[in-house]
Design a binder for this molecule. Structure first.
Ligand code: AMP
Length: 581
């Protein structure tokens, strides 16, 4: 039986896959499932993929990226002394995928399904088909990218099946260079009801914002402009992209580049921190633009957000937490099935290939966290509440590593206790307590940042790491859930299972943190801010507030729960009154 391969020929990246034993499998090229859609010409040789991408900033005149934007145009591109059509350049990418897969699989790649954006015109589709033919491929079918994603979604093995009736899905596809949004009706056949987007918006723009941030830093710190220095800019751009990716799983990243060449015989070392908050500020306008496009697509399909059954997040940039949050704001949190944003279009194309050859396709199983994993922390500005704050949300594909920043509550606080909870409720009593980990701290001023990282692997192990940022205090522990993809909680007989604290940087004993304040409390911070303001404005009641703060701090320091409660109540009452005035 012939094999029909599925190809996602993307603006930024491409991907090739095949339905094998009823399962869509992405084939790795150069050790990665994702191949940059970049072609570079070095003398007679044509370089494609990551190596071409590495050359892009050093040899821009020899390199072509994002050729997909020109598909269907009757232009010719002059590159390194050659004159090439967009079809020919795309054909180089397809030839490379064909060649690499043939080398690995001992199988010829001839028949393919290629995906294109839903908005592609006839001319653009014809050009894509032509590119396939130039690469020696037989293009069995051209299908829409959102439809491929939907096909993949249809084959997902979900806890809550998609149902047999018609489904309305919105595909939000935010890639490296383009943003597409499509509204689909998924039934016997998949119909695109509306499709819109912005062909000039994507992760590259976000990288540029971070690059500007680095340039500003270099301007201020080193009093020079790195822009004329191409190799330095190439490295900074790569570092900017890595920072963006890092911020999808951590609340801040360190951008570090040593020996950046910024002139004849001159190099500089840079090291700067970027927080997720700052990054979100930088890209806020772009995110709002995607919100507008989603509204436009819905209005073109004469639908409201509540009509949409499923929101499919496609494209590497949908891993950015602020993007997920935006979708949650618009559609709620429960309508996002776990489709793999990078690979689901290619996998959908492989399923389509399999359907054409009459193969049966099994339901695809994706390992996801069945429940959110979080930690208990004090939240709330004026009213102190102990809540479970999620670190790894439910339905996140595993393996996954995520971290969040919390803060100490008391000055000179000498320990923190991290409670690992599983569940969807913010109420700790309604979640399952998996375990606790304590870390002794170097006593520091209040609001000292504590980084908590959870990693959850395919074997169901939750690796917890707690770190006092800025000090060399760290503790790690493994929680063995033992049953993959199952609830961790049902392994617990009692709610305070101790963890394996094997890798401790200290003496290994669990800190006696029961009496210590929890992480994250803004009460003191708020109270101090209020005190500052009162003092600045010469308010005579400042003394009273200072006294209340001191009493509260004293109680926290003593670890006397009753005294803490009483002092806290008085402080909160005072702050409430202040707010009401
Ligand atoms: P695509 O065009 O779908 O292949 O997406 C590529 C874009 O996704 C590039 O801009 C990548 O830098 C970006 N990307 C990939 N992984 C992540 C991630 N984990 N967080 C944020 N952006 C990512």
């Amino acid at each position: 039986m012939k094999s029909i391969f599925g190809i996602d020929l993307g603006t930024t990246n491409s991907c090739i896959s095949l339905l094998r034993d009823g399962k869509p499998e992405v084939i790795q090229v150069d050790g990665s499932p994702i191949v940059p859609s970049v072609v570079s010409f070095d003398g007679d040789s044509i370089i494609v993929g990551q190596r071409a991408r590495n050359r892009a900033l050093l040899y821009p005149e020899q390199t072509v990226a994002s050729i997909k934007r020109h598909m269907g145009e009757t232009v010719s591109m002059d590159i390194a002394g050659r004159s090439l059509s967009p079809e020919q350049i795309s054909a180089s990418i397809l030839s490379y995928l064909k060649e690499q897969v043939e080398n690995q699989l001992d199988e010829t790649v001839t028949d393919v399904v290629i995906t294109v954006p839903a908005y592609f015109s006839d001319a653009q589709r014809r050009a894509t088909r032509m590119a396939g033919e130039l690469a020696g491929l037989n293009v069995e079918r051209i299908i829409n990218e959102p439809s491929a994603a939907a096909l993949f979604y249809n084959h997902l093995q979900l806890d809550e099946p998609a149902g047999n009736g018609e489904q309305l899905a919105l595909v939000y596809d935010l890639g490296g260079g383009t943003f597409d949004v499509s509204v689909l009706r998924i039934g016997e056949i998949t119909e695109v009801l509306a499709s819109t987007g912005n062909t000039r918006l994507g992760g590259d723009d976000f990288d540029q914002k971070i690059l500007e941030f680095c340039i500003d830093h270099i301007n201020t710190k080193h009093h020079l402009d790195p822009r004329p220095h191409r190799p330095a800019m190439a490295r900074l751009l790569a570092a900017a992209e890595q920072a963006k990716i890092g911020l999808s799983s951590a609340p801040f990243v360190q951008i570090e580049e040593a020996l950046l060449p910024v002139g004849a015989d001159k190099t500089i070392d840079i090291s700067l921190e970027l927080s997720r908050e700052r990054f979100v500020d930088m890209i806020q306008d772009y995110l709002e633009a995607t919100r507008d496009e989603v509204r436009k697509a819905l209005s073109e399909a004469s639908l409201k957000t509540r009509d949409i059954h499923q929101v499919l997040l496609v494209g590497g940039c949908t891993r950015i937490p602020a993007v997920i949050q935006l979708m949650d704001e618009m559609f709620g949190t429960s309508r996002k099935p776990p489709v793999d944003p990078d690979l689901c279009v290619a996998k959908g194309a492989a399923i389509q290939g399999g359907i054409i050859t009459g193969q049966s396709c099994e339901h695809v199983f994706i390992d996801v966290t069945a429940h959110s994993l979080g930690t208990a922390a004090l939240t709330g500005e004026f009213e102190r509440r102990l809540e479970v704050v999620p670190i790894i949300p439910r339905n996140t594909q595993v393996p996954v590593r995520r971290s969040e920043l919390f803060y100490t509550v008391a000055p000179e606080q000498d320990a923190v206790k991290v409670e690992v909870y599983q569940g969807e409720s913010p109420e700790p009593e309604e979640c399952e307590l998996i375990g606790k980990i304590g870390l002794r701290l170097v006593p520091a001023p209040v609001k000292c940042p504590i980084l908590i990282e959870y990693a959850y692997d395919l074997d169901g192990i939750i690796h917890v790491r707690v770190e006092q940022k800025g000090y060399s205090k760290m503790k790690e522990a493994n929680l063995d859930s033992q049953r993959r993809g199952q609830q961790f909680g049902d392994l617990l007989d009692d709610e305070t299972i101790d963890l394996d604290l094997g890798d401790s940087d200290e003496d290994g004993e669990l800190a006696d943190t029961e009496a210590s304040p929890q992480l994250l409390n803004y009460i003191l911070q708020k109270a101090r801010n209020a005190l500052d303001e009162m003092q600045k404005s010469g308010n005579s009641a400042a003394d009273e507030l200072r006294m209340l703060i001191e009493t509260y701090e004293q109680a926290l320091g003593d670890g006397d729960d009753d005294a803490v409660e009483e002092a806290e109540e008085r402080l909160l009452d005072y702050l409430d009154e202040l707010k009401a005035d």
